[in-house]
Design a protein around this ligand. Structure first.
Ligand SMILES: Cc1ncc(COP(=O)(O)O)c(C=O)c1O
Length: 387
């Protein structure tokens, strides 16, 4: 047979999804994939059911229902302090996942480079490769996952088309500060590059951290694509509704790619999305409180089990330093240690290496997702004692 696509040999299968399957096969508790094991609000579910019963069961407008696009810009104006036109500057997609790949396909030409902070959410590497971009990585260094401004400066050049920001960050829990975002913005302006900003955890923040959208920084509104979704904020990762907000020229291109990739996001869940985005401050406060409690409990249990922990400032993951435990069990790789964790505790996790492009990096880290209900959190704490 003639050779199949070369591009598919340039990245591996998702380790997160692989660990999820191992977890299912071994009857484990899945702390690998980022989704909550509790239900979204009843009224939100009712809004989706009502949309289905109300006859909203055919294709939506390809780039998103008008009322959802309006709700997206209203909320972005109020929460993110950014102002865009719902008719020409918003594309509703099948999750942030599709928003990211559609955006990169809309922006990238052969030879273009994309800067990615590392460790990074697993999808960004393959996203860059699939769109034909050359990824360049800039390190976020523990314990506070800061970057070196000189290293960032060196990563930019005339081939830089875009930089991917993810704040609050998966897997590190870092929340980018205003001065860090201003530094990134300065380079984007200097090198005529676009910021592609994945803000899917924007409401999951701890210790009074504030979320800042890079599009709100002076000079960035026209050179940012802000990506978001219903998945994490409203605990509906299976609904597959996300969006990209960007100036009209970029949006026109994203819409074209999106149309031919997926035609459109699920129509009834778009209707329910209008309800979700209209929820009041109490909803977000309760969500934050719940996650803060979960974070503190799991951090405590991990520290007691001899992981070294720096509590995340946002999102719902802990990058736990496991070198001491790996030595105790005489295990050399984070991947092997993840398998050991499933065998010994039944907890499925992600080896830190999944978040780095080179195989050697991230080898002392294990990522735990703590988006879990009270009962599961009790169980996690008990299971960790088996270490
Ligand atoms: C940083 C980040 N972006 C995007 C996604 C996927 O989002 P969606 O469910 O909206 O496709 C995830 C899921 O874990 C994520 O962590």
């Amino acid at each position: 047979m003639k050779p199949f696509s070369h591009i598919t040999t340039q990245f591996t299968e998702s380790v997160i999804r692989e660990m999820t399957r191992v977890s299912h096969a071994k009857g484990g508790l899945n702390l690998a994939q980022g989704f909550p094991d509790f239900e979204p609000p009843d009224e939100l579910k009712a809004a989706a059911v009502q949309a289905i019963h109300g006859g909203c069961n055919q294709y939506a407008i390809t780039f998103g229902e008008a009322d959802l696009r309006q709700a997206i810009v209203d909320k972005a104006c109020q929460y993110n302090r950014i102002s865009y036109n719902p008719d020409t500057e918003v594309t509703v997609t099948c999750g942030a996942t599709e928003a990211m790949i559609a955006t990169l396909n809309a922006l990238v030409n052969p030879g273009d480079e994309i800067i990615i902070f590392e460790p990074f959410y697993e999808n960004y590497g393959p996203d860059a490769i699939l769109s034909g971009a050359k990824p360049r990585y800039v390190a976020l260094r523990p314990p506070h996952w800061t970057f070196d401004a000189n290293e960032l400066a060196e990563a930019f050049n005339e081939n830089t088309k875009a930089i991917i920001i993810n704040t609050p960050n998966n897997p590190t829990g870092k929340v980018f500060s205003r001065s860090e975002l201003e530094a990134v913005a300065g380079f984007c302006i200097q090198w005529d590059a676009i910021a592609v900003s994945d803000e899917i955890y924007e409401h999951i923040l701890y210790d009074n951290e504030a979320h800042i959208s890079i599009a709100s920084i002076k000079g960035m509104a026209d050179r940012t694509v802000t990506i978001n979704s219903l998945s994490k904020t409203y605990s509906v990762t299976g609904w597959r509704v996300g969006w990209a907000i960007a100036q009209a020229d970029i949006t026109g291109r994203i819409r074209k790619v999106h149309d031919f990739l997926t035609v459109g996001a699920p129509a009834p869940f778009q209707k329910a999305g209008v309800y979700a985005l209209g929820m009041d401050a109490a909803y977000y406060n309760t969500l934050q409180y719940r996650y803060q409690q979960a974070r503190d409990r799991v951090c405590g249990a991990l520290a007691a089990a001899d992981f070294i922990i720096h509590p995340p400032k946002g999102a719902y993951y802990i990058m736990a330093h496991a070198a001491q435990l790996m030595e105790r069990f005489n295990i050399k790789t984070a991947y092997q240690f993840s398998l050991k964790l499933i065998d010994r505790t039944g907890l499925a996790t992600v080896p830190g290496t999944a978040f780095y492009h080179s195989e050697a990096a991230g080898n002392e880290y294990i990522r735990f997702c703590f988006a879990k209900n009270e009962k599961t959190l009790d169980d996690i704490c008990l299971r960790l004692r088996r270490l």
